[in-house]
Design a protein. Sequence first.
Length: 163
Amino acid sequence: ISQPNSPIYFPPKSRSICPVCHQNYDGKSYMTIPDQIRIQTFIFNTIYIREKSTCCPKHIENGQLKRSAIDNLKEDASKSSKDASIQDLYGLCQEMQIELRRYHEMMSNSPRPPLDFNSPSRYTDDDYFCLTGLNKYQFEILTSIIQLRNTENRTISNAIGCL
């Protein structure tokens, strides 16, 4: 698979040069990119960072790659002509299987559905606004004036929140 035609970016893996800023580590601190960051970077940015890849610590903030680091990786990938190997694709598939199993297990063990508007304390005011376009107070008013009945499968709050 040739990278320029591939929607997935495969940055080079090196133990001596940062794939983001291309600085030589030469005694400088570097870190192995944690699996969770690698997987999230692939899921949300289609950049597959190979297992045990390293980078400068300055590129990671709050448990994820900084936006500038992601932009640098994408820019470099668009200039690169290297091909993704079968091992790269196999590794990607294996990691996605692991992540899907982890997600499935998490959802199976979760006593509540992913979206649950029955408990007002579950979401912040900003969460309510992001999910519904209403702040928490407006949402509560709306659920009190709309004439619906709770059913066995859903509550008024969940019906309105999921619209």
